[in-house]
Design a protein around this ligand. Structure first.
Ligand SMILES: CC(C)(COP(=O)(O)OP(=O)(O)OC[C@H]1O[C@@H](n2cnc3c(N)ncnc32)[C@H](O)[C@@H]1OP(=O)(O)O)[C@@H](O)C(=O)NCCC(=O)NCCS
Length: 152
């Protein structure tokens, strides 16, 4: 089941984003402070027992742009469309908010292309995207991410 994250999910989300072996280092860790501040950005997916097995966030960048980030599904639950459902929940929320352009910075280009995202030059995005890159520990030499965009 997909639902909005709640305060009791924060430690699990932190663990999902921290455990590099579970996502091969493809997702940036977030501090507890960042997660509490941005908790309302997050969706989680739960298994039949109610345990959180994946997460994804929609981060508002500007009046006409939002970012999908912090997408992880636990390895043993991959390939069951949970990743798709999490992304689609974020896209739906973006439409509800009135934001019709969504991007992600990713190495998972096959997955996002399959969902309808197209590659885009970074410099077509808002300057704020670069501000976030400046704060990223992988910028610039250790970053292999490309920008992918969907118009809604
Ligand atoms: C990327 C990730 C979230 C995908 O989650 P998932 O639950 O396994 O993906 P889904 O089962 O929802 O796949 C949805 C669709 O994408 C397709 N797909 C998945 N990975 C793909 C890939 N690498 N290339 C092309 N298509 C892919 C699936 O076949 C499926 O197609 P369908 O819905 O038409 O049948 C998951 O692999 C993961 O957590 N990876 C590590 C963390 C990561 O890389 N996060 C992204 C950071 S931007």
């Amino acid at each position: 089941m997909i639902r909005k994250a709640r305060i009791e999910d924060v430690k699990t989300i932190h663990g999902l984003l921290m455990h590099r072996e579970e996502h091969e280092g493809l997702v940036l860790p977030r501090s507890f402070s960042q997660l509490y501040s941005h908790l309302r950005d997050f969706f989680v997916v739960t298994d039949n027992s109610g345990a959180v097995i994946g997460c994804c966030a929609l981060n508002i960048i500007w009046e006409n742009l939002a970012e999908i980030r912090s997408l992880v599904v636990l390895p043993e639950h991959r390939g069951k469309k949970f990743g798709r459902e999490l992304v689609e929940a974020c896209l739906s929320e973006s439409v509800t908010l009135g934001i019709y352009r969504v991007y992600t910075l990713t190495e998972q280009t096959g997955f996002f292309a399959h969902l309808g995202f197209v590659k885009e030059e970074m410099d077509t995005l808002n300057q704020k995207v670069f501000a976030d890159c400046l704060n990223c520990p992988r910028f610039p030499d250790f970053c292999n991410e490309v920008a992918m965009v969907m118009a809604l």
